[in-house]
Design a binder for this molecule. Structure first.
Ligand SMILES: NC(=O)c1ccc[n+]([C@@H]2O[C@H](COP(=O)([O-])OP(=O)(O)OC[C@H]3O[C@@H](n4cnc5c(N)ncnc54)[C@H](O)[C@@H]3O)[C@@H](O)[C@H]2O)c1
Length: 340
């Protein structure tokens, strides 16, 4: 039996494929490479000494998905494939809903056709919206995220819940990621954004490698310890291992049906200034930065209550901030132009 990994050539997907292979799980990666390179999977093959089965295709293309389910004995699906740039999602909302919402529905329909019930979904802390208190707990009501990207994640969670009521065999797990950073310790795979990075760590690493002049820190007057925003950063390999734990949890709970959500975070908030300092300490590089005005929609601070994942999935984020910084730098300095 094999696990179908949609979006498996991407940042979190490639690290997860590596973890799955290291745990002797057979995978088929399905990706249209709209935001990734096949090189990531070649490197996963080199690192693991195993072959990655790859199908080029779009999750909105029923015919190609059909063929995958006909050709492979798929037991479960880990669904990463999505567009993920928060800002861009306000510029092209229809494409985001088409890709992220329609794509997920199409995938669930094909799964139903082939009697595949186990579905692990890449959700996000953004589903908690703007009004919940921190730390976020899974029992909280989902919020109304301000971006179409965030809304697409809330919609897919809602679709999973509705579908679970209608199909008693459905077994959905929603993994709500906080802020994944870092790279595999080999420095061979990592985050390779196209154009100007949207996220703090890739931007910071590009400043360190000389590709960008300065980091902009958006706001230093938030009601936080040092005035900059605080987020719950977790190492991408910890996040990857979270998926192996979720898969094991589904196997161990053979009678489970429905949908269960788990926060994947460290449980600690770290400020932007603290990240810059930790990066400088870990890499002995000086980071030039400017303080810029706040960005619309940025929350001051949020972090996870990860107790449910700790106790039920037996998952803990093990890697500390220094390792997150070292591994980010290792990847960036070894691959200044990413996979190109
Ligand atoms: N990176 C983060 O900070 C973060 C945080 C929370 C949630 N997530 C979610 O985790 C998932 C993976 O994120 P990532 O950071 O690895 O992003 P990524 O862009 O690196 O990976 C997404 C992958 O999906 C593929 N893809 C996109 N649309 C597709 C389609 N229609 N058909 C087939 N493949 C398609 C892309 O080519 C890419 O390889 C996404 O669902 C994202 O929304 C990411």
């Amino acid at each position: 039996m094999k696990v179908l990994v949609t979006g498996g050539a991407g940042y979190i997907g490639s690290h997860t494929v590596l973890s799955l292979l290291d745990n002797n799980v057979q995978v088929v990666v399905f990706d249209n490479l709209v935001n990734s390179s096949i090189e990531s999977l070649k490197r996963v093959e080199q690192l693991t000494g195993k072959t990655v089965e790859f199908v080029a295709g779009d999750i909105r293309d029923t015919a190609v998905l059909d063929r995958v389910f006909q050709q492979h004995k798929i037991s479960s699906v880990i669904h990463f494939a999505a567009l993920k740039a928060v800002g861009e999602s306000s510029e092209i909302p229809l494409q985001y809903y088409q890709n992220n919402v329609y794509g997920a529905v199409n995938l669930l329909e094909v799964m139903a056709k082939y009697q595949v019930h186990d579905f692990i979904f890449s959700s996000s802390a953004t589903v908690y919206g703007e009004d919940n208190d921190v730390p976020y707990v899974e029992t909280m009501k989902l919020g109304s995220p301000s971006s179409p990207y965030g809304a697409s994640k809330v919609m897919v969670e809602r679709i999973m819940a509705d579908y679970a009521l209608a199909d008693v065999k459905f077994r959905g797990v929603s993994l709500r990621y906080f802020n994944p950073v870092g790279a595999h310790e080999s420095g061979e795979i990592g985050e390779d954004p196209t154009g100007i990075p949207n996220n703090l760590l890739p931007y910071l690493a590009q400043v360190a490698v000389g590709k960008r002049e300065k980091l902009n820190i958006f706001g230093d007057d938030y009601p936080t310890k040092d005035g900059s925003c605080e987020r719950d950063y977790l190492h991408v390999m910890d996040l990857a291992e979270g998926h192996v734990c979720a898969l094991n949890w589904l196997h161990a709970n053979a009678h489970f049906t429905g949908v269960e959500a788990f926060n994947l975070g460290t449980g600690c908030g770290t400020s932007v200034f603290a990240i810059v300092k930790a990066f400088e300490q870990a890499t002995l590089k000086n980071i030039a930065f400017d303080v810029a005005p706040r960005r619309l929609g940025d929350l001051p601070a949020f972090w996870a209550n990860a107790s449910k994942a700790n106790t039920e999935l037996h998952w803990h984020a093990k890697r500390d901030l220094a390792q997150m910084m070292r591994d980010t730098w290792h990847w960036q300095s070894k691959n200044p132009d990413g996979y190109k």
